[in-house]
Design a protein around this ligand. Sequence first.
Ligand SMILES: NC(=O)c1ccc[n+]([C@@H]2O[C@H](COP(=O)([O-])OP(=O)(O)OC[C@H]3O[C@@H](n4cnc5c(N)ncnc54)[C@H](OP(=O)(O)O)[C@@H]3O)[C@@H](O)[C@H]2O)c1
Length: 375
Amino acid sequence: MRTNLNDYITLGRSGLRVSPLCLGTMTFGTEWGWGAEEKTAREVFDRYVDAGGNFIDTADLYTEGHSEDLLGKFISDRGVRDRVVLATKFTFNGDAGNPNAGGNGRKNIYRALEGSLRRLQTDYIDLYWLHAWDTVTPVEEVISTLNDLVRGGKIRHYGFSDTPAWYVARAQTLAEKEGKERLVALQLEYSLVERNIEREHIPAAQELGLGITPWSPLAGGFLSGKYRRQENTGVGEGRLEKTKDNPAFNQFSDRNWGILDELVTVANEISKSPAQVALNWVATQPGITSTIIGATKMAQLEDNLKSIEFEIPAELRKRLDDLSALEPAHPYKIFNPEMQGMMSGGTRVNPWLAARVYAPPSQQPLSVRAQAPKK
Ligand SMILES: NC(=O)c1ccc[n+]([C@@H]2O[C@H](COP(=O)([O-])OP(=O)(O)OC[C@H]3O[C@@H](n4cnc5c(N)ncnc54)[C@H](OP(=O)(O)O)[C@@H]3O)[C@@H](O)[C@H]2O)c1
């Protein structure tokens, strides 16, 4: 268990050392109606860096570019460009009517990168993310462009966010076979209420040497416990009140309220806040390297920074695991030890391998998780 921000860990199969909690800055700027003003954003940034944090996540279009502008200023004012691992993203389009001002084609990647470098006041990006699959660009064009940017010194590493696992596997395999720079990480939504990446992405990342950096580990604040169930409507103060009419962001389902109830009970039993327990659960799941936290207030950051300082007792963790487990689905439900026995002729299978491959990570016994070899 990593207990401090300066207890650095390498990201995927790379030499890049990052803090176990990454500072997300989608909330730097108020353009989207639920972020933090410059003064608070600067305090959050300073506190994270002072606590030993070195890993900062943004994107070219977060708060219409203001997030990158603010970060560029904060990093320059503190003189910490060399010390931080600065990550940003391309894909989304900020120029209506111009089809090549977005997407993952070569033309947009170069355009987007120039804008990010300017706003961030730097001449290189440490980790450049493809923000989301655009469904059209051939994977060869993406990895060849990113490979050239690494070799040209404009970026140090690259990874994919919000892409199908098959696309990731194809990219990594091609990069390896063609001697190109490989992906080092994946960025995906992961929390007690959103565990779908356990089916494909986590096993793929473990096989392909990719670190996972989960986003929305508190489901946008839902798992902090500050929202109240009232005929299935959230009542609370925060982002989710403002975004609840958008089905993509609405967290107020019966299933989620049930998981939150158990989370609050577990948190009370160990005298931690629900946010701390929810973040701890994500940060200590198999395959997770650095969890991206977000805060619009200093008190939230202070709360969240304490999330890696303890362990959730195994029996309480099991309660959270069981209640939030994924529904069985094809074909994953047939990859079970019974089926494996039918393949091995009843002979014993290495327990770590069997658990890793044939059970979703959250259903692996804790004893097996503890034995998992470090990448
Ligand atoms: N790749 C992608 O597609 C993608 C998508 C989304 C995010 N991200 C990245 O991931 C980062 C984190 O995402 P997220 O902001 O959605 O994470 P999150 O942890 O799920 O939600 C953070 C929000 O929850 C509330 N909160 C946080 N800590 C709290 C606490 N202790 N008590 C009460 N409320 C608390 C705050 O919002 P309120 O004050 O408004 O309640 C805060 O902004 C982003 O900044 C961004 O860098 C990436």
